[in-house]
Design a protein around this ligand. Structure first.
Ligand SMILES: Cc1cc2nc3c(=O)[nH]c(=O)nc-3n(C[C@H](O)[C@H](O)[C@H](O)COP(=O)(O)OP(=O)(O)OC[C@H]3O[C@@H](n4cnc5c(N)ncnc54)[C@H](O)[C@@H]3O)c2cc1C
Length: 456
């Protein structure tokens, strides 16, 4: 038994350490195609004190430590570093408090996001962030990636619901940041520094989340178009009419065809674009908003509008969007889901660019995403064994990011930088801002043991 294995077992117990190649192999990946690396060990701590002891050990041995929730990340954030310890938080899965007086929920980082949503709902409350992976991903991973979701347009992203957190720093100290106060401007806002820091600044062990009252009613619309421009115009008109629906999602022609083949939702196969729109809130307001959206869709020459307030029918319509990734993943051996985001007024240009790029390069690229947020997921259907094709994919991705940046966009709206996009970050931020990020990292993790090589 190596010295590392012995010391890890002393901290978390023999049964919570994996070192055999076959055991650690599954922890060499996250949800990002083509990235993998075997860790030296995988450990499953039970509490913050064990996390702290593990970080102190890693410091002493100068061994990198890569935090992991469920490994659903799409930018390679929890892919191990050579010889590292993977710190998997899935045993820390308790909901510690549901405070219905203050509308907060306090949970350990390994809690699966869906459980947060369901616990809030059981008390008539609402946790809005809903990443497509919420049945699997952890709240710690969501906070570390600042994940978004289908309800982001109206309700924002994970950051908007984090009131406080416990974080273990690179020297092993355990810090508490934030509180239950709705207003608090004491000192620097350190909590926000850790949200979206992708495991590079500290290990988030517990999170205090804000909850909302549960919306009383919901209506869903599925709208189809024969031209993508009409869908884009509908989105602009909805926003210009000062309507902010809860959800405003988009599927392109290729995605529609794959979803229909997979889920048989009844989408017209000759449609060029589909919008999934959800309105929620007070029943009278929802009925009014849905009617106005339907009217705007028709003014913009929608082929068909299906509208329902029946939850079963609504869930069926939402399948069209929620199954997009799985439907596309069936087409070719390797699916690479990207995450470019542009100001909403530039969406039409961005989608046309991606479609022209696919025609020009001969690559299969399907696009779906959070149209209301300007957040698109151009998805490459490819085969990682074909080196020539993968080279073209890389070149095409670069073109997508360059074009998004030229439109005032960002290289990632929700999946993070991780390993996959670190080559583009300086281009987006500019030299001085990028250097500032490096200074923050250096002051919080001077020895560079926390998820090294990610973001930078
Ligand atoms: C089918 C599918 C759909 C998805 N849909 C969405 C979506 O709609 N919106 C969206 O934003 N993302 C989406 N994702 C991406 C992914 O689910 C999110 O990034 C999610 O937040 C990752 O959570 P996780 O628990 O799997 O974290 P992991 O993948 O294990 O880790 C992600 C990153 O966070 C770090 N990390 C994890 N836990 C902690 C912690 N406690 N403290 C510090 N750092 C930590 C890791 O080191 C890594 O850098 C999707 C992924 C898939 C596969």
């Amino acid at each position: 038994m190596s010295e590392l294995e012995k010391r890890l077992k002393e901290i978390v117990g023999t049964e919570n350490v994996l070192t055999k190649i076959a055991d650690v192999y599954p922890y060499g990946f996250d949800g990002t195609a083509t990235l993998k690396q075997r860790p030296a060990a995988v450990v499953f701590p039970a509490n913050s004190e064990e996390v702290s002891a593990l970080v102190k050990l890693a410091q002493g041995l100068k061994t990198p430590i890569v935090t992991r929730g469920s490994g659903t990340g799409l930018s390679g954030g929890s892919v191990p570093v050579v010889g590292c310890i993977v710190l998997c938080l899935l045993r820390m899965d308790s909901i510690l408090e549901l405070d219905t007086a203050n509308l907060t929920l306090f949970a350990e980082s390994g809690v699966v996001t869906q459980k947060i949503f369901e616990t809030a709902e059981s008390a008539g409350l609402f946790y809005p962030p809903d990443p497509g992976s919420m049945k699997v991903s952890t709240i710690g991973g969501n906070v570390a990636e600042n994940s978004g979701g289908l309800r982001g347009l109206k309700y924002g992203v994970t950051r908007d619901y984090v009131m406080g957190m416990e974080v273990v720093l690179a020297d092993g100290s355990i810090c508490w940041l934030g509180n239950k106060c709705v207003k608090d401007v004491a000192g620097y806002n350190l909590k926000d520094l850790f949200i979206g820091s992708e495991g590079t600044l500290g290990i988030i062990t517990k999170t205090l989340l804000k909850l909302l009252p549960k919306p009383g009613a919901r209506e869903t619309l599925l709208v189809t178009y024969d031209r993508m421009e009409k869908a884009a115009d509908t989105v602009s008109a909805i926003i210009a009419n000062q309507i902010i629906p809860c959800t405003l999602e988009f599927l392109d022609r290729k995605t529609i065809q794959c979803v229909e083949d997979f889920a048989k939702v009844g989408l017209p196969l000759d449609a060029d674009a589909v919008l999934l729109i959800e309105s929620d809130g007070h029943s009278a307001a929802v009925a009014d908003e849905a009617a106005r959206i339907e009217e705007i869709a028709k003014q913009n020459e929608a082929l068909k509008v299906v509208r329902t307030s029946d939850p079963v029918e609504a869930a069926k319509l939402a399948t069209a969007r929620r199954s997009a990734f799985s439907a596309l993943a069936r087409i070719r051996p390797t699916t690479i889901l990207e995450d470019a985001t542009v100001p909403r007024s530039e969406l039409g240009k961005m989608i046309r660019f991606i479609q022209d790029l696919a025609a020009r390069t001969g690559l299969e690229i399907a696009t779906f995403g959070h149209f209301g947020d300007g957040n698109l997921h151009p998805t490459f259907l490819t085969d990682e064994r074909d080196e020539e094709e993968m080279h073209r994919v890389e070149e095409a991705m670069k073109e997508i990011f360059d074009y998004a940046l030229s439109l005032g966009g960002t290289i990632t709206g929700e999946h993070g930088v991780g390993l996959a996009k670190k080559g583009f970050l300086e281009q987006q931020l500019g030299g001085d801002s990028y250097a500032l990020l490096g200074m923050i990292k250096k002051s919080l993790d001077p020895m560079g043991i926390l998820n090294p090589g990610k973001i930078f």
